[in-house]
Design a protein around this ligand. Structure first.
Ligand code: ATP
Length: 304
């Protein structure tokens, strides 16, 4: 894949989602969420920063939120390129997609699951990311971003997949400057309004491979030492004797997935033997997959 072809693919995936029948409230709400993100990127962000100027970088750590945002960001990049062709006096054959790789930053400070590392690597190849990976010895996130900015001084804005329901996410805005104790750049946060259910719904429809740890009951992934499968997904009834929140709400998205091969089963990356061992050493019960959980308040119950 080239960046141009994967951006076109992401555009088609996003358009495919927007034309799904409104069979569930999740689908109609997710369409609204996509449309708002698209509006923010196309009408606000790309009007201020040319997305092909290298002023904008993408922050990526292999998690589900930045994966959703990556697909929609690339979709908008394709749309922006197509608009530039339409507005040009020169015919389409004289236009080339201006980027070959997407400037991306990954801060790797903690002990990371091998499975997540492998997904980041396969994502790098599939989505043509030029990933800057911070050296492991960075003391804080701030120091790691300072180091990135020192090496990529053209960067003035960084796209981040944070949501309002994340810790400290409640009062954030789509475009805002970093706090005073951070290195200076503009934070571009076009996923703030997304709920957990919207994230699963879109990812499952997309048919793109997601991190295998989600298949083991993880719902948010931190470092090896600080993350376990979400206890609310244990394959046993809850304390009311009920399984109410342990169902797959996204059967329509799966049955109508953009990727026909995913209709048989959701595409998760393979989990490394070492990670399986780590998970089994902490938990000996079985868990439903992460996408069975849609309550935002419980999303981080596996982060310790
Ligand atoms: P999950 O919660 O399932 O792990 P996620 O990692 O995408 O998904 P968060 O952990 O809430 O979501 O992080 C929010 C966003 O912050 C990410 O989507 C990413 O854009 C950015 N981010 C977080 N950690 C890093 C990191 N180590 N390197 C680069 N970007 C990061």
């Amino acid at each position: 894949m080239t960046l141009s072809s994967i951006a076109e693919h992401c555009f088609n995936v996003t358009r495919g989602y927007l034309s799904l029948p409104d069979e569930t409230a999740f689908i109609s709400e997710t369409k609204e969420a996509i449309n708002l993100t698209r509006h923010q990127l196309m009408e606000i962000v790309f009007k201020h920063w040319d997305p092909f100027s290298k002023q904008i970088s993408f922050s990526f750590n292999g998690g589900k939120d930045c994966q959703v945002l990556l697909i929609i960001y690339l979709s908008c990049l394709w749309e922006f390129f197509m608009q530039s062709i339409t507005n040009s006096e020169f015919p389409a054959q004289y236009h080339r997609f201006p980027f070959e790789t997407l400037p991306t930053v990954y801060i790797n400070r903690e002990e990371t699951f091998e499975t997540l590392e492998s997904l980041i690597e396969s994502t790098r190849i599939r989505y043509c990311l030029s990933i800057y990976e911070s050296p492991r010895n960075q003391s804080t996130m701030q120091a790691a971003f300072s180091d990135y900015l020192a090496k990529h001084s053209e960067t003035t804005a960084i796209v981040i997949g944070i949501r309002h329901t994340d810790p400290f996410g409640e009062d954030l805005e789509c475009v805002q400057e970093t706090d005073s104790d951070w290195p200076k750049f503009m934070r571009i946060q076009p996923l703030l309004h997304w709920k957990l259910a919207n994230v699963w719904s879109f990812l499952i429809y997309s048919g793109e491979e997601i991190c295998g740890l989600y298949g083991l009951g993880f719902t948010s992934i931190g470092s090896v030492n600080s993350t376990i499968p979400n206890p609310y997904l244990k394959e046993s009834p809850d304390h009311y004797g009920s399984f109410t929140h342990k169902v797959n709400h996204f059967k329509t998205e799966q049955n109508m997935s953009y990727n026909e091969s995913q209709r048989e089963g959701i595409k998760v990356s393979s989990v490394s033997a070492k990670d399986l061992e780590v998970v089994r050493s902490k938990e000996d019960t079985k868990f439903f997959p992460g996408w069975y959980l849609i309550d935002d308040a419980l999303e981080r119950k596996g982060r310790i």
